[in-house]
Write a protein that binds this ligand. Structure first.
Ligand SMILES: [Fe+2]
Length: 347
């Protein structure tokens, strides 16, 4: 009996842990070993038939790869623990399968169920209120479905925003492969009193920038590059992505005395802090998306997700409404951000 408890009770946890390690390392390995650029380039293939076949392969690629790795590493792990014989038992096989499917299901749910994340930012001496919606990292590609985009638009319009801000990486890479998808006609239905304004992300630069900008225009998103606009006594600064080496400095874009809100794709805040912006809103990190990709972002950025107040500057980083390539998240959830800007209550 004791043997049964000692050996079998922790097994589900061990299996789950091994799954997380092996599966996620594998996804990371896939990314880092260079398969990722290869898979992205598949979308450039001209033959419609071949592209369709590859798309199905790609959609299943992560699943197949993770399954193989999970089984191998679980077996090695249990072998090291001296539980080698357990691997051959039906209980192990069934439990492994259940945990594996549950994790894949959860990862997919984290992607497909788009949450609304709300923040309130209070600004001194601001006597009115403004409701913003921030939408980032949709990553429109052949793998994104029209229903997913429709849901984004429905949710955004349901928030009755005064202004919609788009944080970049709206297009995965090439607009040419989005032509027959109807994404542009759907996104064009986003409504707000002051309009839909956006910045470019690093991904828009990976395709033909002019064509991608033209497509974003068709989506009803007015892309601003190192420009600012004033809405309700607030100055919004839309910075070009860092990919553009000659993007302007923040202070060279400022044009008013109003409080400054910076929209910049990547969550680097130093300049916003030194130039006295009240808020910077960014995306890019996907909230980490999955292990170990999240570790890379954690090393590079001080904030990869959520809200943080640094001195007098508030920073908000969104996990984004879509995902980079894989429709799978174990470290974050898809989201649309709503930000209420209002005056600071007097104490
Ligand atoms: Fe992105």
């Amino acid at each position: 009996m004791l043997k049964l408890i000692v050996y079998y009770l922790p097994m589900p946890f061990v299996v789950y842990l091994l799954y997380l390690l092996s599966g996620s390392c594998l996804a990371g390995g896939l990314f880092f070993l260079g398969s990722f650029p290869f898979l992205i380039r598949m979308t450039e293939i001209k033959s419609e038939n071949l592209r369709k076949k590859l798309k199905i392969f790609v959609s299943n690629y992560l699943f197949l790869y993770k399954t193989l790795c999970f089984m191998t590493l679980s077996a090695i792990g249990l072998g090291i623990l001296g539980w080698g014989t357990i691997i051959k038992t039906p209980a192990f096989i069934w439990l492994s399968l259940v945990f594996y499917i549950l994790s894949m299901w959860r990862g997919y749910q984290n992607y497909i169920q788009i949450k609304i994340k709300e923040y309130t930012v209070e600004i001194s001496d601001y006597d009115t209120e403004l409701n913003l919606v921030f939408l980032s990292d949709i990553h429109l590609s052949e793998l994104r479905s029209i229903n997913y985009v429709k849901e984004i638009v429905e949710k955004v319009n349901g928030l009755s925003a005064d202004c919609i801000l788009v944080g970049g990486d709206t297009i995965e890479s090439h607009m040419e492969y989005l032509e027959d998808k109807g994404f542009d006609q759907t996104l064009k239905k986003m409504r707000s009193e002051y309009g839909v304004y956006g910045v470019l992300g690093n991904h828009e630069y990976t395709g033909d920038l002019n064509k991608n900008m033209e497509y974003l225009d068709r989506c009803g998103i007015k892309i601003l590059r190192d420009e600012s606009i004033i809405i309700k006594k607030l100055e919004f600064i839309f910075r070009d992505d860092k990919t553009n080496d000659s993007r302007k400095k923040l202070k060279d874009i400022y044009k008013s005395v109003y409080p400054k809100i910076v929209v910049d794709h990547r969550p680097k805040f130093e300049e916003a802090l030194s130039e006295g912006a009240v808020l910077q809103i960014s995306g890019h990190t996907h909230g980490g998306q999955f292990f170990p990709v999240n570790l890379g972002y954690m090393l590079k950025y001080k904030v990869i997700y959520g809200y943080k107040k640094i001195k007098n500057t508030a920073v908000i980083v969104s996990s984004g409404a879509g995902t980079g390539f894989f429709t799978y998240r174990t470290w974050s959830k898809s989201e649309i951000v709503r930000i209420t800007i209002r005056g600071k209550a007097h104490e």
